[in-house]
Design a protein around this ligand. Sequence first.
Ligand SMILES: Cc1cc2nc3c(=O)[nH]c(=O)nc-3n(C[C@H](O)[C@H](O)[C@H](O)COP(=O)(O)OP(=O)(O)OC[C@H]3O[C@@H](n4cnc5c(N)ncnc54)[C@H](O)[C@@H]3O)c2cc1C
Length: 493
Amino acid sequence: MEQQFRVVKRSVDARQRQLKVNLTLLTNDNGQFIEKDAPIPLYEAPIFHDVHHAQHSVNIIGAGPAGLFAALTLIENGIKPIIYERGKQVAERKKDIAILNRNQGLNTESNYCFGEGGAGTFSDGKLYSRSKKRGNMQRVMELFHHFGAKDNILYEAHAHIGSDKLPNIIRSMRECIIEHGGEIHFSTCVDESLFQSLIASSPHRPTILAIGHSAHDTYQMLMNEGVQLEDKGCAMGVRAEHPQALINRLMYHDPSPELVQLLGNASYSLVTQVQGRGVYSFCMCPGGHIVPAGSALNSCVVNGMSASHRNSPFANSGMVVEIRPEDLAGLVLEFRSLGVQEFKLQGLTFQQYLEHLAYKHGGAPSLAPAQRLKDFVDGRHSQTLPACSYLPGMVSSRLDEWLPAHIGKRLQQGFRDFDRKYRGFLTNDAVILGVESRSSSAVRIPRDPDTLQSVSTPDLYPCGEGAGYAGGITSCALDGINVALAIAHTFNL
Ligand SMILES: Cc1cc2nc3c(=O)[nH]c(=O)nc-3n(C[C@H](O)[C@H](O)[C@H](O)COP(=O)(O)OP(=O)(O)OC[C@H]3O[C@@H](n4cnc5c(N)ncnc54)[C@H](O)[C@@H]3O)c2cc1C
């Protein structure tokens, strides 16, 4: 028989001057002959039941990765999901995002955070998690593949879908949910009265709370309704953007164009410690774009994404500083000076404060405050700003002066440390934009570790990023699967 092999795992190791591509191959020598056009590796296709008239149904608040994967898992278990999503379907959402990118205004219910697919739809679509312990990540990849992602996400160590491909995958998930009898109610924000009626339908109908971490109004509503919420450590900072060619040079050690073509634009992952807190790169997007990722008026939030080919001339990444609840003590007067809404939870108030501060130093509706990287570290005004992928526009601003010291000073030292590792990283060809304030949830909605139910509210299942138990697409999707399975278990399914 002719020798055949298939790639089942691929990663690039660029830590040394000698680059390595690690491949795990499956050959027919192992007796594992694989059909030529079969997905690689093979997996069990999901079986979705008809749940139009299912005996059990479950409410889901939020149609992000956590809510959608919970819904799909419920259908696999013969349970009907009923989803409430404050934003619009993906096609409509695209129009609001185009307006936002032209700096013509933010729709507070339809933006990079809110709408079908949640923050995951126009995200970068990197499908990996820092944690290896969260259960069956491979199943998440398989479901993404089933709904249209390419074969390579099944074996790439750093799988990536791209913001141009995600909307169609999300649309296919919705079509599957509806075709099998699930319900999705768009433009339906769960406010106090709807929440009360959903909870009142319990114990017969559990409610999965998969709201993401941007809905501050919903957090406030939950507190009013007596749901227990608590502060959680998080990380905030800025987004840095370099020319991609510079990052390729630093990471691939002066590569030939053919090598870059072969390996794709380079990424980086940087971490250091400054005065007892982690300073690190987050959600690095090679060949990507910086985007306006806020969901509230009078605030400025940036994040990053890239299309599947990752071929813009820019490389951006969040550069964030770890924040612990004790770092925020004593900031109340500053919060009040800006007149931001004060929550019982300091992390939320701080997030609002920082985003409002960035808005004040940027401009309406979505101009971002920006400073050349070396000017930021040296404490100098940037007379000019370099070309940047951020479409709404930038305003030169002294981030070194107005970022709270526990973030700004640590970031300055962090950039010096990163430059020691990669000489040339600290350059005025790079620019930083403020603020990267939503890299992780500042809130936790505590739940029982066994039943996954809220510790304060029976039959409520906090889930995904907004509950503080997951962060990023894959881990939120997996949390959705786990919560759905926990509920199926209560129905003895
Ligand atoms: C620009 C950008 C790029 C990103 N890139 C990546 C990446 O490359 N890789 C990665 O792993 N992660 C990335 N992320 C983060 C990732 O998208 C999130 O971690 C993930 O989407 C969280 O999933 P979730 O389902 O918990 O919440 P979300 O995706 O935030 O979804 C929550 C949903 O709940 C809805 N909702 C909120 N309140 C209510 C209410 N009261 N009633 C009804 N609906 C409500 C919202 O409208 C939203 O659609 C990125 C995020 C952004 C913004």
